[in-house]
Design a protein around this ligand. Structure first.
Ligand code: GRF
Length: 200
């Protein structure tokens, strides 16, 4: 299976996917919308093609996403993995990869879609927080959840400490989900996720 990963930053989840050495699955290319994203270096280290596509060179979100789609499809991807990709996707892009694109979001969805999830969990005095892998649909961070990991929130936590606790869990769960996809055990139908035919 060919995997294409989209990033905007550090790419530690990308690295976790490389290191998991998933049988029958290969990260063939990594795309970033940020030139300085360290994840592009990680991609090269692991022998994947690393591309930067500059949103500033495009007139609209749709034009950018259309070009990104074209470039991604040259790799004939089976799976699209969003790993810290910090851009809203156009509807056409989402529909084009529907059922084969997943995202990891740093909250226990449906709690806290969007940004600043760690601070929001602290501000709400939540006792637990975590991360969710979900299929990508038109609704921002709203597609069906596939797998979550929880972490405790301690009283003296700040957003950075909590974020790193969550990130460690992300590195554990994301490769599991990618493996399920590669093994064709995980599917989405009518906006619901199924593992081995059972609804999640
Ligand atoms: C992760 O916390 C992920 O949940 C969020 O962005 C962060 C990406 O980290 N969407 P990295 O680039 O994989 O290190």
């Amino acid at each position: 299976k060919n995997i294409v990963v989209l990033i905007s930053g550090s790419g530690s989840n990308l690295q976790a996917i490389f290191e998991a050495q998933i049988p029958n699955a290969k990260v063939v290319a990594v795309f970033s919308n940020k030139k300085e994203a360290y994840g592009l270096e990680r991609a090269k280290q692991f022998g994947a093609a690393a591309h930067f596509l500059d949103p500033k060179s495009f007139e609209s979100r749709e034009a950018f996403d259309d070009e990104l789609m074209k470039q991604i499809d040259e790799y004939q991807p089976d799976i699209i993995v969003l790993a810290g990709y910090m851009r809203i996707l156009s509807k056409a892009f989402v529909l084009h990869y529907l059922g084969k694109m997943v995202n990891i979001h740093p909250s226990l969805l449906p709690k806290y879609p969007g940004l600043h999830t760690h601070q929001r969990a602290i501000d709400a005095s939540d006792k637990e927080h975590g991360t969710s892998v979900h299929f990508v649909t038109e609704e921002l961070d709203g597609g069906p959840v596939v797998l979550q990991a929880k972490v405790p929130v301690f009283e003296d936590d700040n957003a950075d400490i909590l974020a790193s606790r969550v990130l460690t869990q992300e590195h554990g769960i994301y490769p599991i989900v990618v493996k399920w996809l590669a093994d064709e055990r995980l599917t989405m139908k009518n906006r619901k996720a199924y593992l081995d035919g059972l609804e999640l």
